[in-house]
Design a protein around this ligand. Structure first.
Ligand code: PMP
Length: 405
């Protein structure tokens, strides 16, 4: 059980008024709000611990370095990686995916194949497309069915001697599907193929253990787990990170530079060129500590209750079509009502203070599969309540009336 009043009190933004209504924030899959300890960490970081990390002999630089490296340890523990050297700080999921696509891509040859699923976010499609084009490799799509699920049998059929990597979302940002990534990894590994997990929509919502999954790479974003924007994580198994060439080049990632030859720094610094966002990393750690204190099992249970309640209530609305009906689902609902355009629905809900997302959610191939332009998406977080879902349901009823549906 979570103490919802206590949690809500940590998020001052939830008291904002929108067009005279109390804000009902149901856009957590896009970004989450920030609790006081995270904002305080940013402020205190700049007020008391601001100095460039790693290179300074002076006290403040050492303080900043210690905080930054302690944050790496917090991340390691949070996803249960074996070593801190396997934790790379990035700008977010997109950058993490691009790092792997670009560097793993360098190992590809003509005719090689990369498998991604049909429900992926564009950031887990386009980087692979670019690298496949460059290398003459082929991007292979693992299809979804009408429930928004993949088939492990189809995956087995798609894997062949040319397959080099599988990259798949742990949880879909449009359909709420929680993919059986452990099974995907096990099938891929039986064939000697590494797997990249897009954890943008899983790490914030339930316990993710990279060793238990045996994931080779995992990406997630700080801003979707109540942390700051502009900071994220790439986890990679040491054996893979050691094999990959550097991504960006510059300071921090080198060992020794001469005009004849440069040697590279050890992991994880090999992949962290330039001054890292050390205020971001320490404040992400504050967010992860906040989540750990609540308990990820409690987070999962709370959001499951919300999504079950929302699904039941929404299904009572005439003309409701929910997209994504997987057996295992995360805390969001994508829907359309009658023939009301998602933008119209979103605009009316907004006027009632309800923040939902409308559109293709950066997953146009998923929309194409269902033959729609977009959906309305309500996505839940730790501070949401059943009362807020009631407000959403009433808002949808108001919109229906307005459009005579
Ligand atoms: N993958 C998924 C499944 C997502 O939901 C998102 C964000 N909507 C991303 C990747 C990209 O995350 P970011 O914009 O934080 O890099």
């Amino acid at each position: 059980m979570i103490n919802i009043e206590k949690i809500r009190a940590d998020f001052p933004i939830l008291n904002e008024q929108v067009y005279g209504h109390k804000l009902v924030y149901l856009d957590n899959a896009a970004t989450t709000q920030k609790p006081k300890p995270v904002v305080e960490s940013i402020v205190n970081g700049y007020y008391h611990k601001n100095a460039n990390v790693h290179r300074g002999v002076h006290w403040l630089s050492q303080e900043a370095t210690e905080a930054h490296e302690a944050a790496r340890e917090t991340v390691r523990k949070f996803i249960n990686a074996e070593k801190t050297s396997e934790i790379i700080f990035t700008r977010g999921t997109t950058e993490s995916l691009n790092i792997v696509a670009a560097t793993f891509g360098e190992l590809l040859s003509e005719g090689d194949e990369i498998i991604v699923s049909q429900m992926e976010h564009h950031s887990n499609i386009v980087p692979w497309q670019l690298v496949c084009e460059k290398k003459g490799a082929r991007l292979v799509m693992l299809p979804i069915d009408n429930n928004g699920e993949i088939s492990l049998e189809t995956l087995k059929e798609l894997i062949n001697e040319k397959t080099r990597l599988v990259s798949i979302a742990h949880a879909s940002n449009t359909l709420a599907t929680v993919n059986p990534v452990k099974e995907v990894i096990s099938i891929a590994h039986e064939n000697g193929i590494p797997v990249m997990i897009d954890g943008a929509q899983s790490v914030p919502h339930f316990k993710v253990d990279v060793q238990e999954l045996d994931a080779d790479f995992l990406a997630f974003s700080g801003h979707k787990i109540y942390g700051p924007t502009g900071i994220g994580v790439l986890y990679g198994k040491e054996k893979w990170l050691d094999k990959l060439p550097p991504y960006q080049a510059g300071g921090e990632m080198i060992d020794k530079v001469t005009f004849e030859k440069t040697t590279f720094n050890v992991l994880p610094y090999k992949f962290e060129a330039g001054t890292p966002d050390f205020i971001g990393s320490t404040s992400l750690a504050a967010a992860l500590d906040y989540m750990t204190a609540i308990g990820m099992d409690n987070v999962e249970e709370h959001e499951r209750e919300l999504v079950e309640y929302a699904t039941k209530k929404l299904n009572e609305i005439e003309g409701m079509r929910i997209y994504g009906n997987a057996k295992k689902r995360s805390g969001l609902v994508s829907f359309l009502v009658s023939d009301i355009h998602p933008y119209d629905m979103g605009t009316i809900l907004d006027k009632l203070g309800i923040a939902v997302r409308t559109g293709h959610h950066c997953a146009q191939p998923t929309m194409d599969f269902f033959g729609i332009e977009g959906t309305v998406r309500a996505s839940f977080g730790i501070y949401n309540t059943k009362e807020e879902i009631d407000i959403l349901v009433n808002g949808i009823a108001r919109a229906k009336k307005l459009f005579h549906k």
